[in-house]
Design a protein around this ligand. Structure first.
Ligand SMILES: [Fe+2]
Ligand SMILES: [Fe+2]
Length: 332
């Protein structure tokens, strides 16, 4: 039952109530009020708020733009053109999995090979991936087993990549690098030194001022394995897939080499499985892997003016490769 508001006489209160009912077009007879009330059953309304998202049509337009950008990137990375800034023979020192922060990594040879690239005219560098251990998630406990912290690991990787600024033909991201996800710091370091960095794989055409272009098919890992031939996965890729002058991969921390002749164009496909600078590996010992390490790297010396049989020569020993390159260049 309605209460009389305080501060009003009954008379005024009744008068005001009658006015209010009249204003609301209510029946003055209280017996009809229930029917009146039923007629006030309109929807509740509220203040219109701005949406907390952009219109769906705008989202679709943005997705189209993102896809076109991705499509352009993916299509152009199927074969990446790299200009070699030197005429005549040149070489590439393919650094095997560097794992720069591991206690078992041979920094003596790694440092020597960095200096070798810097001091040998025409010798360039390539990195097959796994630049750091980059332990993440449950594996982060493994930092307790190594002498370098995560910060020192990044410092070492940063040094390694920056020291060879201007010399990188390609840098791959390996599975250890991929564990960083979108936060991969190598992307930002390589952007700063203007080096080609690609996760997992890169197919490259090397164009030198004279002679034939040379193609490289580099993957951190080619699928497959064979207990009889370490180079089997990479040779299989050369036999069954696109033909390139050099196929190269790392990841398995073992050395292997084979050649495949392309019946289509007489090209010799050099198939390299390169090992790692991490030469002492607790995991390999636990698993009982046989020692299949010949060298942590490989040098491919390329003479773009030679015939197909002699266009590429492979060396396990980086110093020998650099010496041969220097000799070839002295013959120009
Ligand atoms: Fe790997
Ligand atoms: Fe590795």
């Amino acid at each position: 039952m309605r209460q009389k508001p305080t501060g009003q006489s009954w008379r005024n209160w009744k008068k005001n109530r009658a006015r209010a009912r009249k204003k609301m077009n209510m029946d003055p007879n209280p017996a009809n009020w229930d029917a009146e009330w039923d007629s006030f059953s309109g929807d509740v309304t509220h203040e219109e708020l701005p949406k907390d998202h952009v219109e769906v049509k705008e989202i679709i337009e943005w997705r189209k733009k993102q896809f076109r950008q991705k499509q352009e990137h993916e299509e152009s990375r199927k074969l990446i053109h790299v200009d070699v800034p030197i005429d005549g023979p040149y070489g590439i020192l393919h650094f095997g999995d560097p794992h720069v922060d591991d206690d078992g990594t041979d920094w003596i040879q790694l440092d020597r090979d960095i200096e070798l690239v810097k001091s040998t005219p025409g010798l360039f560098a390539a990195n097959i991936g796994d630049s750091r251990n980059n332990w993440v998630g449950r594996l982060a406990r493994l930092y307790a087993d190594q002498g370098t912290s995560a910060q020192e690991a990044l410092l070492l990787a940063d040094y390694f990549l920056r020291e060879l600024k201007g010399n990188w033909i390609y840098i791959l991201g390996g599975n250890h690098d991929a564990w960083s996800g979108a936060d991969d710091p190598l992307r930002w370091i390589t952007d700063q030194i203007n080096a080609l960095y690609q996760p997992s794989e890169a197919r490259i055409q090397l164009n030198s001022p004279s002679g034939a272009p040379v193609t490289i098919n580099a993957r951190h890992d080619f699928k497959g394995s064979s207990q009889w031939n370490n180079a089997h996965p990479v040779m299989k890729a050369a036999m069954l897939g696109i033909r390139d002058d050099i196929f190269v991969c790392g990841h398995k921390h073992m050395s292997g080499y084979g050649v495949v002749k392309s019946p289509d164009d007489d090209r010799i496909c050099h198939c390299l499985q390169i090992s790692s600078y991490k030469v002492y590996d607790r995991f390999a010992r636990e698993k009982g892997f046989r020692d299949q390490h010949i060298s942590p790297c490989a040098v491919t010396v390329i003479d773009p003016n030679a015939d197909t049989n002699n266009r590429v020569q492979m060396f396990w020993d980086s110093v020998r490769g650099a010496e041969y390159l220097t000799f070839l260049r002295s013959q120009i």
